[in-house]
Design a protein around this ligand. Structure first.
Ligand code: NAP
Length: 318
């Protein structure tokens, strides 16, 4: 089979399509024929060698994908041909086939496409964990999704709307704002505009109970001034340091919460996938895919995910 391999950390060109041995399912494991792979920003940090946890070289990148069960090891509760998605593998997702523990697989409900299935793993799990498990979001609260057009942002908008919150999403393009509104945000504002937080508060009818932050190094200091009393900012993404004024927190009894999905416990993961599964069944959660590229163009995907405006999820097709 073919897979993307990284033999040294570096620029996107280190992502090379190569012939490798097919994986074989051991006890409790499943091999999946991959039909779509989700591209996440973290894979660009790992590829460049600039991340806290790095795999041993050489490796196949990637965490998320969807496809059909190809073969099943003893005791794994899946059948050949079943439609599944995964948020984690044993062998790396940028490949024609992946090896997974059965616990990494979830059944992909109709009518979701494989590309939509590949958009679920990291984005929906992160948005759920951040908002409900770390920041304790409740129905009736006002939520600002700061960076609502990407994989995690769209998931956050859909989840917060389905939970009964007032939702404002931010986007850097007109196309992005249309997508954010179509996914359930009550209002959308341009995070490129200097006064966008004031505009967001006006539209929401007051300051926010929760800010879901995708680019804290740019926004965190000002986010604190847009919080209601007992408000929270949950930091999902940051690409550098930032200055904050603690008095903005003190005046509101407010909190800044950091989170990283890798820290979620098995119990939390079971809970969040149960909740996401219910939303997929009910139709309140529907990933938005805006670009599909061939697996061989993984390097282009890595350049574009950091360099262009988002309007949903980018996937690779093996
Ligand atoms: P993505 O699909 O590449 O989307 C990036 C998002 O950031 C877009 O919505 C983009 O909006 C937005 N953005 C750009 N400039 C912004 C600004 N000035 N203010 C606010 N938002 C801005 O990435 P993703 O998968 O959604 O992930 C988002 C971030 O969270 C990334 O940094 C990623 O590494 C991180 N992340 C962390 C975890 C975790 O466990 N903590 C898990 C997943 C992701 P426009 O393109 O419309 O400008």
């Amino acid at each position: 089979m073919k897979a993307i391999r990284v033999e040294k950390f570096g620029e996107p060109e280190v992502l090379k399509l190569q012939e490798v041995a097919d994986p074989v399912a051991g006890p409790g494991q499943v091999v999946v024929r991959v039909r779509a792979v989700g591209v996440n920003p973290v894979e660009t940090y790992i590829r460049s060698g600039n991340y806290a946890m790095l795999p041993a070289l050489p490796f196949t990148p990637g965490v998320d994908g969807a496809g059909e069960v190809d073969s099943v090891g003893a005791g794994a509760p899946f059948a050949k041909g079943e439609r599944v998605f995964f948020g984690g593998t044993l062998s790396g997702a940028y490949a024609e086939k992946v090896l997974c523990e059965a616990s990494q697989l979830h059944r992909l409900p109709q009518p979701l496409s494989f590309a939509q299935g590949a958009a679920l793993g990291i984005p929906y799990a992160t948005a759920w964990c951040a908002m409900f498990q770390r920041a304790h979001l409740s129905a009736g609260e006002k939520v600002l999704v700061h960076g609502a057009t990407g994989g995690v942002g769209i998931a956050a908008v859909q989840l917060a709307r389905a939970a009964g919150c007032t939702v404002v999403g931010t986007a850097g393009s007109e196309e992005g704002r249309k997508v954010v509104l179509a996914q359930g945000a009550h209002h959308a504002v341009d995070h490129g505009a200097a006064d966008h937080l004031e505009a967001a508060m006006d539209l929401a009818g007051g300051p926010f109970d929760l800010v879901v932050e995708m680019l804290a190094n740019v926004n965190l200091g000002k986010d604190l001034t847009a919080l209601a009393r007992f408000g929270r900012v949950v930091v999902i993404g940051s690409r550098g340091p930032v200055e904050v004024n603690p008095r903005d927190l003190m005046a509101r009894d407010a909190s800044i919460i950091g989170m990283i999905l890798w820290n979620a416990s098995d119990k939390e993961k079971a809970a969040l996938w149960a909740g996401i599964g219910a939303g997929l069944e009910a139709g309140t959660l529907r990933p938005v895919v805006y670009k599909e590229l061939p697996l061989a163009e993984a390097a282009r995907a890595h350049r574009e995910i950091l360099g262009t405006k988002a309007a949903g999820k980018m996937v690779l097709v093996p």
